[in-house]
Write a protein that binds this ligand. Structure first.
Ligand code: SAM
Length: 278
């Protein structure tokens, strides 16, 4: 790896470019370079790796990724950040591309020729929507090799939760049926400027083989119906879904159970019986 590049402190970058935090854009910045280096290392050795980053802001996580040798394509919605990111790119020739856009509008297939990692301190207001979009890609395994994402602690807990826990729900199933998901680290609210009201955590997801014969659309509809009425028994919440009650019976799953007691594998088995022949 190349020797570290000496960069101006992030607080100076913020001051120079007038990047006062905009709450509507979920702007809570990280300045602690040791913490940023630990986050950038979660996916593994990044030397020469391709990375897609959502919301680089003033470039804290971006500089940690670039120092680690990654080639980063970043999408930032706040155009006030672009001059600061252009300056950062000058320190790392050929390593940083910035797209001035809304990440929700970016179509990932087509953006990269090679496999890539997604690493982001996500804006909280669009974090879950982006995760679900990335988890719903028709092609599986997807072109991305891993997701390293900062969420509010409560959302992170839901992503990695096991059945029978309070946090277990639709997000747990949509994440875990196609990925190995783990909580990589927790981040105290005081690490951010300005500090958010809640604690945060990094989750790391790696795609695994998708179970055969299961339509992602059917699994999404099934979990929506089941957890849309979380306190109800399956026989009540799934009665509007054609074939669902018969599928429960065929699988020997008691229809008096509540959705939080049904494992990811059981939901996958129900979805398989409801999926049209592929
Ligand atoms: N990466 C920086 C850090 O770690 O300090 C900033 C993270 S801050 C939590 C989230 C960033 O996402 C902000 O820079 C914000 O402007 C940007 N952002 C918010 N909504 C976005 C969207 N829809 N598309 C792209 N970027 C967005």
């Amino acid at each position: 790896m190349k020797p570290p590049v000496t960069l101006p402190p992030l607080r100076e970058v913020i001051k120079k470019h007038g990047l006062s935090a905009n709450k509507a854009l979920g702007q809570n910045f990280l300045f602690d370079m040791q913490l940023l280096e630990r986050i950038a290392a979660v996916p593994g050795d990044m030397d020469g790796q391709r990375v897609f980053e959502v919301g680089p802001g003033p470039g804290g996580l971006t500089r940690a990724l670039l120092q680690a040798g990654a080639r980063v394509t970043a999408v930032e919605r706040d155009s006030r950040c672009l001059p600061a990111l252009a300056e950062l790119g000058d320190y790392f020739p050929g390593q940083l591309d910035v797209i001035d856009d809304d990440a929700l509008k970016i179509d990932l297939p087509g953006l990269f020729d090679d496999p890539f990692h997604i690493v982001s301190n996500l804006p909280y207001n669009v974090g879950s929507a982006l995760l679900i979009k990335w988890l719903s890609e028709p092609q599986w395994p997807p072109q991305w090799q891993s997701l390293t994402l900062m969420f509010q602690r409560e959302v992170a807990d839901r992503i990695v939760a096991r059945e029978a826990s309070e946090a277990y729900g639709r997000l747990s199933i949509l994440a875990q049926w196609r990925c190995d998901a783990r909580l990589a680290m927790t981040v105290h609210r005081s690490a951010f400027t300005p500090p958010p009201k809640v604690m945060s955590a990094i989750v790391h997801l790696v795609p695994k083989a998708q179970p055969e014969g299961v339509s992602p659309r059917v699994l999404a509809d099934l979990t929506q119906a089941a957890f849309g009425q979380r306190r109800k028994m399956l026989r009540q919440s799934l009665k509007g879904l054609v074939g669902a009650l018969e599928a429960l019976e065929a699988l020997g799953i008691d229809s008096a159970r509540r959705p939080e007691t049904v494992s990811v594998n059981e939901f996958v088995a129900i979805a398989r019986l409801l999926s049209p022949a592929l």
